[in-house]
Design a protein around this ligand. Structure first.
Ligand SMILES: Cc1ncc(COP(=O)(O)O)c(C=O)c1O
Length: 348
């Protein structure tokens, strides 16, 4: 989270309001919390320029909960859902959806060298597809779609966990987007769901009440106790985003940070290499490998000594992954790039 938000949060955590409750203990049924939810919603509406026919839900749990909650709510009378397989998280979403639906994989990411998002042309949907699910930014592989697929009348659903609020999002092209909080929104335990109103009708009566989009929309995300503290802190992050120029400013800064890092990789004379095709590289999760893989552990441990932490690639694919979420300042990327140049010089 941004330093400015942490500083503000430390004031808010233990301060009791007029009703005698601090942010840590505030009841979700009280006016004070209702005001916080309303404020968070209004900030997010402004940040996303959200059309009136979309509802914002603040739900407990992570994005993986949504892998089941999406089919439970959106299949309606259909049994068929379309999914694009762009990598690790898309596959996990597909695996969960298969428990409820006949999943048609309508597109797959291209081979290994270089890695790329699924081709956006000619997606063909089985008759009666309830929705089409994509993962616009694959956090593990560092792959981002350069554009959105044309799904016609099939509602497009997106797991935006690792790209939410990092760049402008044309919400009107989606039926629903969701993102768990721990990347650009706030602390873990909260997931933001933005859903087009007409899709709320699909939530079947059998869907458990806390998982029902329709009931959560009707009851302002308070069917049961929501993650009150995480929502409070998310509201502080939304305030900070608005004060900092909004999503457009984040997007410029994120592209600048990613540009510095990819330039360092591509300019290293092959010492480092990025496995993802240029136009599909994520600006959020930059992945690279050392040509001499045996140096990877040394790179990670030396980097930690320079205060550069959490650089180990995902356990399934190894290598290095630098995550450049909104709160990462450009100075952090410059420190990494300087370290990379120094390391390459010493170990070439
Ligand atoms: C794109 C994507 N989807 C889903 C998840 C899983 O999120 P959670 O751990 O909140 O369930 C992650 C976590 O990193 C992710 O990056």
């Amino acid at each position: 989270m941004p330093d400015a938000v942490l500083a503000r949060a430390s004031e808010h955590l233990f301060l009791r309001d007029a009703s005698g409750a601090s942010a840590l203990e505030r009841p979700f049924t009280g006016d004070a919390f209702r005001e916080i939810v309303a404020h968070a919603q209004s900030c997010l509406r402004q940040l996303l320029n959200l059309p009136d026919n979309y509802r914002i839900l603040f739900l407990a749990g992570g994005a993986m909960h949504q892998f089941s909650i999406v089919p439970l709510n959106l299949l309606g009378n259909s049994r068929v859902a379309a999914y694009a397989d762009s990598g690790y998280w898309a596959k996990r979403a597909i695996g969960e959806a298969q428990r409820y639906a006949e999943v048609a994989v309508v597109a797959r990411h291209a081979g290994d060298s270089p890695l790329a998002a699924p081709d956006l042309e000619n997606w063909s949907f089985p008759v009666g597809s309830a929705y089409c699910h994509i993962t616009p930014n694959e956090t593990v592989e560092g792959i981002a779609y350069p554009d959105l697929p044309d799904c016609g009348d099939v509602p497009l659903i997106a797991d935006c966990t690792s790209c939410f609020l990092a760049a402008p999002l044309d919400i009107a092209r989606f039926g629903l987007v969701y993102a768990s909080a721990q990347k650009n929104i706030g602390p873990a335990g909260l997931t933001v769901v933005i859903v087009r109103e007409d899709l709320l009708e699909r939530s079947a009566p059998l869907v458990p009440a806390p998982f029902s989009y329709r009931l959560q929309a009707e009851q302002q995300s308070c069917v049961n106790t929501p993650p009150t503290l995480a929502i409070h802190l998310a509201a502080l992050v939304f305030d900070w985003l608005l004060e900092s120029g909004g999503i457009a400013a984040m997007s410029v800064a994120n592209r600048q940070k990613a540009g510095l890092l990819y330039a360092a990789i591509d300019g290293s004379g092959g010492f480092y290499h990025a496995p993802v095709a240029r136009e599909h590289r994520s600006t959020t999760n930059a992945r690279f490998h050392l040509a001499n893989e045996a140096l990877t552990e040394l790179f990670i441990s030396e980097a930690a000594l320079h205060g550069l932490s959490n650089l180990r690639g995902h356990r399934h694919i190894g290598g290095i992954r630098a995550s450049l979420y909104n709160a990462m300042p450009e100075a952090g990327v410059i420190a990494l790039v300087d370290f990379m140049a120094d390391f390459a010089q010493r170990h070439r």
